[in-house]
Design a protein around this ligand. Sequence first.
Ligand code: KIV
Length: 272
Amino acid sequence: MSAASKEIKRITTHILQKMKMDGERISMLTAYDFSMAGILDDAGIDILLVGDSASNVMAGHETTLPITLDQMIYHAASVVRAIKRSFVVVDLPFGSYQGNSKEALISTIRIMKETGAHGVKIEGGEEVIESVKRIISSGVPVMGHLGLTPQSIYKFGTYAVRATDDTEAQKLLKDAKLLQEAGAFAIVLEKIPALLAKQVAEELTIPVIGIGAGKYVDGQVLVMHDMLGINKEFKPRFLRRYLNLYDDIFKATQQYIHDIKSRDFPNDQEQY
Ligand code: KIV
């Protein structure tokens, strides 16, 4: 952590903007529960995203589509109770904003009132611009999300890299500019070529945070379970694993079972 970050009490959109201007990279991870969020916040993470990836990693669904607004609110309220410093962003889940901008605003207001989070994230560009404007006009910071947008997985048909052809790349660049003009405070770019992400980050004045979008953007986000190695099977090229928690938890559990079966646990000191 830099000396400047140590003095910061709470991360705000203004601080994130200043980090972009100063060239200080922004760190972001997902979180879904009180205990883990507290550790990530204590460690100094800048942004905690209560991602709809909770649908996959917490609930075991194949996609992000099934998670409900009520379930997102439960996860987000748990995260917010733990944090002292990080900026908490909550995903608007599938089905909570696509109807129209009024629906998007009503869902956002529920999130803000019932969780105490600091902003929302919404997938899409031009097609959600009216919603983005309406949410921002209510005073709530909005983060955009372009590139691989998992709520559209059945439209894409695959989790492959997006915007590799010129038409999609130009649309992504246009969408990013529209989001900035609408007032978004930051944009996530997921799984797109690094040079396209670089162009977006250079042409935008707001922070651009990448996941599988290369090293030229203003910050990075990973799904906590992937970064900690809780998921063994998920191995995309962009993922760097910092722990192998699956193996550690597996071994600890086997040791625990062994200690019970062998009557080693509890011992004399571990009883009343
Ligand atoms: O839901 C999520 O975890 C996300 C990240 C992949 C950016 O949107």
